[in-house]
Write a protein that binds this ligand. Structure first.
Ligand SMILES: Cc1cc2nc3c(=O)[nH]c(=O)nc-3n(C[C@H](O)[C@H](O)[C@H](O)COP(=O)(O)OP(=O)(O)OC[C@H]3O[C@@H](n4cnc5c(N)ncnc54)[C@H](O)[C@@H]3O)c2cc1C
Length: 432
C-alpha cells in the first residue's frame, strides 16, 4: 500500500465509492479508498436499488436529483452497465390527509425541478393494472423519472471512474486506528500498513459506531434489519413483456405500507416494519462472524403488510416465493444521513448513518467532495450535517429514535412534525 495520499476514504460501499469518484471528478487524484473486504460487501450488495425522488425538503429533492443525474452519466463515461431502470414511481393516496400531503408536495417538486404529477385512480390503474382491489384510492402521485438501479454495478462503475482518474483502491485493508501527527496530518493504521493523509472521509456503513469510537466520536446511528422478497415469475408480467409494454412503476400504497416493483419476470415486495416489530442489528458493534451475509427471514414482522398487499394485488398471492433478502443498514433519528465535517476534528469528514446509500450515494459523493475541495457547498446541505444532533444523542436515545423513524416510515408525516420517542432526554429548567 502507498504511504501517503491527499485524502483517504474508508469503506467501499456505494457511498465510499461515490465519494472517491466525486473527489477525482474535482481534480483530486492523489486519493485512496480502504475497504476491509471487497467493494459492495457491506449493505450495498443486497439493497433493492430504489431511487425515489419524493422529498418535501427543497434541498434534499435537489440532492436526489443530483444522484440520478450522476448515475445516468456513468455508463457512457465508464463503459460499465449500472442496471438503471427508469420505470417511474407511483404513490397511492387513500385518505384525504395523504392526498393533501401530495398536493402540498407538488409546489415543492416544481421548485426542486423534479417532474411529478397527480394522477386519477383510473390513470394509476392504467399504470399498474395488477393493483386490482384498491377501493379507497383518491389519487396517486407519479414520478416518471424515478427508478431502480443495480447497487453493486453502480458502485463498481463509480470505482472504475475514480480509478481511471488515478485513485487507488485497497481491498482486504481494514482500518484499525488513527493518529494525529504533529504537522496536522492523519496517520491511518491498517492491517496492511500505514497511510498518511491530509483528509479522512469515513463511510463505513454498519461499522460507523466502531469507526467513530476510534476517532473519539459517538455516531448517532444504529443499523436496523429490513427485508424484501422476490417472487417466482408472474404470468401477467410475462404477458406484459411479451406485448412489449413498459416496466410498471415502483408502487407504494399506504394500504400495505411497502414497495412493489418488477424484478425479472416476478415481483419484489419490500414491506416496512412497524416500530413494535423492528429489530436492530449490531447495537454493540458488528460481530466478527458477519461478512457479506444475510440474516434469517422474519415473516411475522410484516404479516399484515403481506395480507393487505395480496388483497390489493392478487397476482402477488398467486405465485411462489423465490428469495428473501434480509439484512442490516444504518438508520438515524430523522432518516437522513450524517454528512459533513466531524465535530472537534480537523479534516475528518463523515458520511455515515446513510439509510439509503444507493439513493444518496451520488449526491453525497458530489456534495461532500465539493465541500472538501472547494471549501463550501453550492447548495445548503445543513439538513445532513452530522452535528445536527446534540450530545443528548447518545446510544439509548438513538436506539429509540431509530426504531421510531423507520417504524413510522410509511405513515403520514406532517411538515415540521416532532416525534415523541425518547423524551424527555433533555429538558428545560422550567420543565417540571
Ligand atoms: C433489504 C434492504 C433493502 C434496501 N433497499 C435500498 C434501496 O432500495 N435503496 C437504497 O438507497 N438503499 C437501500 N437499502 C440500504 C442500503 O443497502 C444501504 O443504505 C447502503 O448500502 C449503505 O451504503 P454504505 O456505502 O453507506 O455502506 P456499506 O455498503 O455497508 O459499505 C460500508 C463499507 O465499509 C467497510 N468498512 C467498515 N469498517 C471498515 C474499516 N474499519 N476499514 C475498512 N473498511 C471498512 C465495510 O466492509 C463496507 O464494505 C436497503 C437495505 C436492505 C437491507
Amino acid at each position: 500500500m502507498q504511504t501517503h495520499a491527499r485524502a483517504v476514504v474508508i469503506g467501499g460501499g456505494c457511498v465510499g465509492a461515490a465519494i472517491l469518484y466525486g473527489l477525482t471528478k474535482r481534480g483530486w487524484t492523489d486519493v485512496a479508498l480502504l475497504e476491509r473486504t471487497q467493494l459492495t460487501a457491506g449493505s450495498t450488495w443486497h439493497a433493492a436499488g430504489l431511487i425515489p425522488s419524493y422529498a418535501r425538503s427543497i434541498n434534499i429533492g435537489r440532492m436526489i436529483a443530483k444522484t440520478i443525474e450522476i448515475y445516468e452519466g456513468l455508463e457512457a463515461e465508464t463503459g460499465q452497465h449500472v442496471g438503471w431502470h427508469k420505470c417511474g414511481q407511483l404513490r397511492i393516496a387513500n385518505t384525504r390527509d395523504r392526498l393533501d400531503e401530495y398536493k402540498s408536495y407538488m409546489s415543492v417538486a416544481t421548485v426542486q425541478g423534479i417532474r411529478a404529477e397527480l394522477v386519477t385512480p383510473q390513470e394509476a390503474r392504467d399504470l399498474w393494472p395488477l393493483l386490482e382491489n384498491n377501493k379507497d384510492m383518491l389519487a396517486a402521485l407519479y414520478h416518471p423519472d424515478d427508478g431502480h438501479i443495480a447497487p453493486a454495478d453502480v458502485t463498481q462503475a463509480m470505482a472504475k471512474g475514480a480509478r481511471d482518474r488515478g485513485a487507488k483502491i485497497y481491498l482486504n485493508t481494514e482500518v484499525k486506528g488513527f493518529e494525529r501527527l504533529a504537522g496536522g496530518e492523519w496517520k491511518i493504521i491498517t492491517n496492511n500498513g500505514e497511510i498518511i493523509c491530509e483528509h479522512i472521509i469515513s463511510a463505513t456503513g454498519n461499522y460507523a459506531r466502531q469507526t467513530g469510537a476510534m476517532l473519539g466520536l459517538e455516531i448517532p446511528a444504529i443499523p436496523i434489519l429490513h427485508q424484501y422478497w422476490i417472487t417466482d415469475a408472474v404470468p401477467e408480467i410475462m404477458e406484459r413483456k411479451r406485448q412489449g409494454l413498459p416496466e410498471m412503476p415502483i408502487l407504494r400504497d399506504e394500504g400495505f405500507e411497502g414497495y412493489l416493483r418488477e424484478e425479472g419476470d416476478g415481483l419484489m415486495f419490500g414491506p416496512y416494519e412497524k416500530t413494535e416489530h423492528l429489530k436492530l442489528f449490531a447495537e454493540n458493534g458488528v460481530p466478527e462472524w458477519f461478512g457479506a451475509d444475510l440474516v434469517e427471514e422474519d415473516f411475522d414482522a410484516v404479516a399484515w403488510n403481506w395480507e393487505a398487499a395480496m388483497e390489493m394485488v392478487p397476482a402477488l398471492g398467486r405465485v411462489g416465493i423465490k428469495a428473501n433478502v434480509r439484512g442490516p443498514f444504518q438508520m438515524t433519528a430523522d432518516e437522513l444521513p450524517l454528512v459533513g465535517p466531524a465535530w472537534g476534528l480537523e479534516n475528518v469528514w463523515i458520511a455515515e448513518g446513510v439509510p439509503g446509500g444507493i439513493l444518496w450515494g451520488g449526491a453525497i459523493g458530489y456534495y461532500l467532495s465539493e465541500r472538501i475541495v472547494e471549501g463550501a457547498n453550492s447548495l445548503d446541505t445543513s439538513e445532513l450535517d452530522p452535528r445536527r444532533f446534540g450530545d443528548y444523542a447518545n446510544k439509548e436515545w438513538t436506539r429509540q429514535k431509530v426504531r421510531e423513524s423507520w417504524g413510522t416510515h410509511a405513515e403520514l408525516h406532517f411538515p415540521g412534525q416532532d416525534m415523541p420517542a425518547a423524551r424527555p432526554q433533555k429538558s428545560a429548567p422550567s420543565y417540571d
